[in-house]
Ligand binder design. Structure first.
Ligand code: NAD
Ligand code: GLY
Length: 354
């Protein structure tokens, strides 16, 4: 097992290894007294791993409850959040108890937001079961639910007490979801790690997952330590996400988050070439890595809809939007563009072309 220590408003460890679920209770008891522990999960993940986690929490002496909701982005909303809050209240869960997010980014984001706001803040732990959650969403304390107007519009920064990443859970993850996780991994490569990028471009889904997860988790740990509240460097983690979130919204959330990131990464890199920020080779390499991982690259939604969706995104500032723009594999820059500029960048990225 590898341990990465995160330094933030609350320090915590990320534990990465195999066969860790059976020890989850003991590993969480190390972070503080276990009175009541509530396992929050979705209806795909809970039947697979809920039993092992609940048993191990019971062995560690906790009163264990579970809250399970339908899987998918459509559940990451105020209704599910309210359901969880009312459940916690009805079960007399207190602020010294623990929520355990067992699942992908949807479960993690929603559980974190509930933990941050229930009785003004209780402890929570992340047990990521998707590649995307292992390399990205379980680390760094961004919590949120979606509103009708856009993704992640209600949320806050709130760090977990521990992240337990059991690589073995990826064995049951559908291949399409593995591909989605790879979109975030490619993103990390473009932001700051040429070796990681080359490995994924060469090996695709056969890349060694231990190496991939540890490398991304370490990169995220370092970025969060330097910019926990997303005022500068951390924004780079949104590479591909501004156009990606817009595509997700235009699809009515029918495309997966990682697919949207892959489309957004392609569009912003195309635009970066057109506007002289990076060369053709960077675009070719990016397209190749996405192709090897079986990810989509084209955005089929109309330019007007995409621009409107991007401008309602939370990254919109009074003056426009901050775009994360690749300069080469391993280096990006932040470019602030006006509302009109967003449309122009999208067009340069091939959005709205047949
Ligand atoms: P997800 O949580 O919806 O999981 C994807 C699917 O895989 C679901 O159907 C789930 O039930 C299933 N699943 C999960 N683990 C499984 C397993 N081991 N075996 C079988 N099936 C399994 O989606 P995701 O891709 O993990 O996360 C996407 C979400 O994460 C989005 O809402 C996105 O906004 C958010 N996100 C947050 C951050 C952050 O920093 N907080 C970063 C990136 C993405
Ligand atoms: N996934 C973006 C962030 O954590 O900042």
């Amino acid at each position: 097992m590898d341990t990465l220590h995160v330094t933030a408003s609350r320090d915590y460890d990320i534990l990465i290894g195999r066969d860790l679920l059976k020890d989850a209770g003991a590993l969480l008891a190390e972070t503080g007294a276990l009175n009541t522990a509530v396992v929050v999960s979705d209806d795909n993940v809970f039947p697979l791993y809920g039993g092992a986690v609940m048993k191990s929490l019971e062995r560690a002496g906790a009163r264990v409850l579970s809250f399970v909701f339908p899987h998918g982005e459509h559940s990451k909303n105020l209704r599910t959040y309210a359901g969880l809050m009312e459940f916690l209240c009805a079960q007399r869960v207190g602020r010294n108890d623990l929520l355990v997010a067992l699942g992908g980014g949807v479960v993690g984001d929603l559980t974190g937001f509930a933990a941050a706001t229930y009785q003004r803040g209780m402890r929570y732990a992340q047990i990521p079961t998707t590649l995307l959650a292992a390399v990205d969403s379980s680390i760094g304390g961004k919590t949120a639910v979606d509103l009708t107007g856009g993704k992640n519009q209600a949320g806050c920064f709130y760090q977990p007490v521990r992240v337990i990443c059991d690589e073995d859970t990826l064995k049951t993850l559908p291949v399409e979801e593995m591909r989605c996780g790879m979109a975030e991994v490619i993103k990390y490569g473009v932001i700051g790690d040429r070796a990681l990028f080359d490995c994924v471009k060469r090996d695709g889904l056969s890349a060694p997952m231990g190496y991939v997860i540890k490398t991304c988790a370490a990169m995220k740990r370092d970025i969060v330590a330097r910019d926990e509240f997303d005022r500068g460097e951390r924004m780079q983690l949104n590479l591909g996400h501004t156009f990606g979130h817009a595509a997700e919204k235009c699809s009515g959330y029918s495309i997966l988050h990682g697919q949207a990131v892959a489309m957004g990464l392609t569009a912003i890199t195309r635009a970066a070439v057109k506007k002289g920020y990076c060369d053709e080779k960077t675009l070719e390499d990016t397209l190749e890595a996405l192709k090897v991982c079986g990810l989509p690259t084209e955005i089929a939604y109309p330019l007007d809809d995409m621009a409107a969706a991007a401008l309602s995104d939370k990254k919109a500032t009074g003056r426009g939007v901050r775009l994360i723009v690749p300069e080469t594999i391993g280096k990006c820059t932040i470019v602030e563009v006006s509302a009109d500029g967003v449309r122009d960048w999208m067009q340069a990225g091939g959005i709205g072309h047949d």
